[in-house]
Ligand binder design. Sequence first.
Ligand SMILES: Cc1cc2nc3c(=O)[nH]c(=O)nc-3n(C[C@H](O)[C@H](O)[C@H](O)COP(=O)(O)OP(=O)(O)OC[C@H]3O[C@@H](n4cnc5c(N)ncnc54)[C@H](O)[C@@H]3O)c2cc1C
Ligand SMILES: *[C@@H]1O[C@H](CO)[C@@H](O)[C@H](O)[C@H]1NC(C)=O
Ligand SMILES: *[C@@H]1O[C@H](CO)[C@@H](O)[C@H](O)[C@H]1NC(C)=O
Length: 610
Amino acid sequence: MWLSVALICAALLFLIFRYVFSSSGPNPFDTDTREPLKEMVHNRKEKNKVLKQGFLASKVPENLDAIIIGSGIGGLGLGVLLAKVGKKVLVLEQHDRAGGCCHTFKEKGFEFDVGIHYIGDLLDHKPFRCMLDQMTNGQLQWEPLDNPFDHVVLGPPENRRRYPIYSGRTRFPEELKKCFPGEEKAIDEYLKLVKKVGRGIWLLAMLKLCPVPLAKFLVWSGLAERLSFFFKMAPRSLTEVVNELTENKDLRAVFTYIFGTYGNMPKDASFSMHSLLVTHYLNGAWYPKGGATEIAYHMIPIIEKAGGAVLVRAPVNRILFNDAKEAIGVSVMKGQEEVKVLAPMVISNAGIFNTYQKLLPKELQAMPAIQKQLSMMKNGEGGLSVFLGLNGTKEELGLKADNYWIFSENNFDELVVNYMNTKREESARKVPLLFVASPSAKDPTWEQRSPGKSTLSLVSFANYKWFEEWKDEKVSNRGAAYKELKQAFIDSVLEVVLDVFPKITSDKIEFIDAGTPITNTHYIGAPKGEIYGADHGIARFSPELNATVRPQTPLKNLYLTGQDVFLCGFAGALAGALTCGSVILNRNLHLDAIALAKRMKFMKEKLKAE
Ligand SMILES: Cc1cc2nc3c(=O)[nH]c(=O)nc-3n(C[C@H](O)[C@H](O)[C@H](O)COP(=O)(O)OP(=O)(O)OC[C@H]3O[C@@H](n4cnc5c(N)ncnc54)[C@H](O)[C@@H]3O)c2cc1C
Ligand SMILES: *[C@@H]1O[C@H](CO)[C@@H](O)[C@H](O)[C@H]1NC(C)=O
Ligand SMILES: *[C@@H]1O[C@H](CO)[C@@H](O)[C@H](O)[C@H]1NC(C)=O
């Protein structure tokens, strides 16, 4: 009996090592490809030559190795990984510019970001930073936010309590303790749990990379939960864990405020997902110098250098299959015409719902394996964005390189339920949760690009159903009723902003507009206006789902990348690209990135010693 158990264990370990550490394909992080820093390009026309290359059949390179649907960080990131090992990749984007959530747009002279406000974990020589440096040939620079990087504001206008959130493994708890005397134990315990969960994330990547039978065994045997604290805590809700730590309602709120970065209210949020976000920002927060367009701008040339292309205004309307149910290419709508593009491999960055529900032929969509995956995931919450262009410098307007999370009460569960389930006119009158940040104040190049001006981005959630009736109307012309509803949301969030930022007055506002869930559908292809792709509630974190939803689809030569295969956020979507790249290149790119970081640190220390 013991012998057989030992044998099974040995076989299991062998399999784990073989599949997790196997490295038969070429390594995109083999050599250091950073180049000396070139002068930054701010000229919009010059940048558009890279970001806005319109689709034409004649621009499609011959003998493609792969087609990627969607140019978000999940698509472009994967494109770069493949290009770095010499693969010829075509990235197709439905919008008129590349970048997905990393794209920007300009209105009345103000440049606005869509989905990049702050990114964590970018300390020098950390694997994530090294990897991004390599993926942009050392040209993308990161500007740290101020410390405190976040401010949590709780309560109604007449009684707003402000809590600064600092980064730093010791500073974070120290500063919290100053705000909450007597709660030292709760704060230490919270951080201890959060860190322990963060360390268990390795198993998630492994479950997505090891062979399905092994993944299933780990799940079925309960080993996944035993081996990783991440999976142990994943079924527990944030509310449940935090309520055990403290009775202080404001502290509970401060422990949970960052749920806004993945979108599930604390009672639906997995403590594990939450912990990942807390640890993500524990060493600081950064913003791309020059704005979010810099990301795609420095990735596209790497794809082109290998013979590939990134083409926009290229909505893919279906994926093409042969009789053996193998993906062989895609069809792109060029006006009313379908243009077919063939390649031995198709990878979708368009999200699991678009890919399975819109791009597959009906009979493949009906396959039980596809239906099973769809049944395990659900659409995430819709997003509401308000963009303000202001007359004045950051000094004049009192804007800093930080973020504000403003809530009208400290009971977030109640607040979200009431807001999302109320009649739209009523919810519009009082938006009880609001993220406010000034992208212009975070970017050291802004003053040079737009002297005397500033921008403000406000983000909240919104129920897709509130706006659904207008979804088929033209984006810039949805009629008076839609405009009126939008205006009601704008007015109520503006009231909050003018109150919390006293230096901003209405006469400073030169431009203001809002994006609703149906705006997201149009510009970033989010089918239900999702802000963070598929829902990140507790169900998303079952080891079973993890082992099932992975870069490989049930259809040969069709893969998934981006936020739906791993997690949302810039880092999560990029981890999706890394996981997908690992499968395609048949080696563990997560480990390659870690090895690269070690090598680079070693080289730097050697240089210093010489
Ligand atoms: C308002 C907002 C604020 C955010 N703030 C932050 C933040 O501060 N920090 C952070 O880390 N994350 C933030 N995020 C989340 C982060 O931006 C996303 O999770 C991440 O960028 C998603 O990357 P992705 O590549 O998976 O998807 P996306 O960037 O959504 O890319 C998918 C692309 O596919 C395209 N597409 C879809 N269907 C088709 C088709 N049929 N044919 C061709 N193309 C198609 C879409 O147009 C889109 O460009 C924010 C998101 C939003 C919306
Ligand atoms: C911006 O403000 C300055 C003074 O602060 C004023 O002179 C200028 O006219 C304003 N510009 C606009 C477009 O409102
Ligand atoms: C699998 O679960 C982990 C944590 O349990 C989570 O991070 C990941 O997003 C899940 N996978 C998918 C496809 O959502």
